[in-house]
Design a protein around this ligand. Structure first.
Ligand SMILES: *[C@@H]1O[C@H](CO)[C@@H](O)[C@H](O)[C@H]1NC(C)=O
Ligand SMILES: *[C@@H]1O[C@H](CO)[C@@H](O)[C@H](O)[C@H]1NC(C)=O
Ligand SMILES: *[C@@H]1O[C@H](CO)[C@@H](O)[C@H](O)[C@H]1NC(C)=O
Ligand SMILES: *[C@@H]1O[C@H](CO)[C@@H](O)[C@H](O)[C@H]1NC(C)=O
Ligand SMILES: *[C@@H]1O[C@H](CO)[C@@H](O)[C@H](O)[C@H]1NC(C)=O
Length: 496
């Protein structure tokens, strides 16, 4: 969201402050991996991403099934940067892995350690599993939110155990992977800290470095599935900072560089149905990671969409309502929607009964009507309904919300008991420098809304018919809301 009023409040504080970006220290050994992150690159592949403070001629990862026997190695010569970055983004794909198996890995460096991950469960595996959802997360510390005051930003030492990242780290064995559809570091909010106003270039880079270092204990262990939000877009959320805009901040540049090569396109269909196979293949060709793509994990097919650009009147696109003028990223204006249509059409519910779509901006939300993305609803909601999406996962509004199944603003009379319409959640209360959004007025089928403290969501896939959705308070772990969506899933290819 755009914190215009806060910027104006901050301006009088400018005088008499020291201007210095809060950069993390550069390791002496420039091959030291930082900002580690991994993702499901395919049914039998994991991608490993990390940054270094020098360009690597070749980045390599050693791996194996035992920590003391890393017998395989994969390498890549991709080491990317952009004008205002101090680091290079490296990525390597580890292929031919066994499903649902723990592997140990070490990014090759004269200064690195062994970590481990678990590969995806085979599509069709009906073992229960949990997925955590964090959106609108934000850096913690001097240039981000703090535990004591959410908008005043005094300096406190980062102590991640107070935060949502801390909660994910503390509970790392309780979930299999993380969905994060948009708004990562809030690096574009550098101007909210008065000392940064004359040093946007360094402040922007420093916030990104700090945030992705903070996230590494989580994202280097659990596949961290990313898609874009408005805070990855550009500088012009506040018009008069445009002249100070660091080169690398424009047009999703850091997001594209950082996640380049890490996210999948779409997995090959495991269905026996030739139409479904052809549809999945088509989706693979139309996918455009890290903006829009899909993957499968056991009994779930999960689609990540781009609510920012690449559909009619997209808010961050050329001429869009946010005035960010970003994108387009597809080679045609309809590529994303064609992808979504083909991808959803390919889903065989006898293999992956659960169909989840995650994106940044919601079209159901409590509070101010500016929270709603009308063009998103027009573009995406009919496809969600047609193909029987079970759950829509969104953020952008800085709080936690849950909606009973709804289509076209009308509640599905079945409620949580085998509805045709998708249920929706907003998990945007993870915490960031802009603070929480008040719950505000009730809207549509909202049944839970919470904005007292930072919080996040957990999707617990119990079996082919029951999906438990929990919201947790980040600092205490208290369960704030718990519900179970029941779906019969007795039709292989849903068409409503
Ligand atoms: C080695 O890496 C650690 C962090 O993983 C860092 O704190 C340390 O400074 C690095 N050492 C050198 C010599 O760069
Ligand atoms: C966070 O860590 C500090 C230092 O280890 C500890 O004193 C504090 O109790 C922890 N807080 C929480 C919420 O776990
Ligand atoms: C194959 O899937 C299509 C939908 O993609 C469906 O219309 C058709 O009935 C299916 N064929 C069989 C033999 O199940
Ligand atoms: C943003 O980047 C995409 C992909 O590189 C490019 O096609 C598009 O023209 C860029 N948009 C702007 C406004 O620079
Ligand atoms: C919103 O309104 C609906 C319909 O009146 C009601 O069922 C629901 O409990 C309300 N939600 C909240 C969070 O108060």
């Amino acid at each position: 969201m755009a914190p215009t009023s806060f910027y104006i409040q901050a301006l009088p504080l400018l005088s008499g402050l020291v201007f210095a970006a809060d950069y993390p220290g550069i390791p002496t050994d420039l091959t030291t991996p930082v900002q580690q992150r991994i993702a499901f690159k395919g049914p039998n592949a994991i991608s490993v991403g990390w940054n270094t403070y020098e360009k690597l001629a070749q980045g390599c990862v050693q791996y194996g099934k035992s920590a003391t026997s890393l017998t395989s190695q994969a390498c890549s010569t991709q080491s990317l940067t952009y004008g205002t970055s101090r680091t290079w983004a490296n990525s390597v794909t580890l292929s031919g892995l066994d499903a649902a198996t723990t592997y140990y890995y070490k990014i090759v460096s004269t200064n690195s350690t062994v970590n481990h991950f678990m590969t995806a469960r085979t599509p069709g595996d009906k073992t229960s599993f949990n997925v955590d959802v964090v959106i609108d997360l934000g850096v913690y510390g001097q240039d981000g939110y703090t535990t004591s005051r959410k908008r005043d930003i005094p300096y406190v030492q980062p102590a991640l155990n107070h935060t949502t990242i801390g909660a994910l780290a503390r509970t790392i064995d309780s979930y299999d992977f993380v969905l994060h559809p948009g708004d990562f570091a809030y690096a574009d909010d550098w101007y909210l800290t008065p000392k940064n106003v004359l040093d946007g270039k360094n402040a922007y880079a420093a916030i990104l470095e700090n945030f992705f270092d903070q996230l590494a204990p989580v994202a280097g262990r659990k596949p961290y599935m990313a898609s874009p939000g408005n805070h990855e877009a550009a500088c012009t959320e506040i018009p008069y900072t445009t002249g100070l805009c660091p080169e690398g901040q424009k047009n999703f540049t850091d997001f594209m560089t950082r996640f380049n090569g890490l996210m999948p396109t779409a997995f090959p269909s495991q269905s026996r149905n030739a139409t479904a196979q052809a549809s999945a293949k088509k989706a693979q060709g139309l996918a455009n990671p890290p903006f829009w793509y899909s993957f499968e994990y056991g009994m779930a097919h999960i689609v990540m969409i781009d609510t920012e650009t690449d559909f009619p009147s997209a808010p961050d696109g050329q001429g869009g309502s946010a005035g960010l003028g970003a994108g387009p990223f597809g080679s045609t204006p309809t590529q994303q929607l064609q992808f979504l249509d083909a991808d959803l059409a390919s889903v065989d519910r006898t293999i992956t009964p659960w169909l989840i779509v995650a994106g940044h901006r919601p079209w159901y939300s409590t509070g101010d009507s500016k929270n709603i993305c009308g063009p998103c609803q027009t573009a995406f909601e009919p496809l969600f309904y047609k193909y029987g999406v079970d759950l829509g996962v969104f953020g952008h509004v800085h709080n936690s919300q849950r909606f009973n199944p709804v289509y076209n603003n009308v509640a599905d009379s079945a409620g949580l008991n085998n509805p045709k319409a998708p249920a929706y959640i907003i998990a945007g209360g993870a915490g960031n420098i802009e603070g929480l959004s008040a719950v505000g007025a009730n809207y549509s089928t909202n049944v839970f809304a919470y904005a007292d403290e930072f919080s996040y969501a957990s999707l617990k896939f119990k079996d082919a018919n029951n999906l438990q959705i929990d919201f947790m308070r980040s600092d205490t772990g208290e369960v704030l809301d718990s519900s179970v969506l029941y779906k019969q899933h007795n039709v292989a290819f849903v068409r409503n």
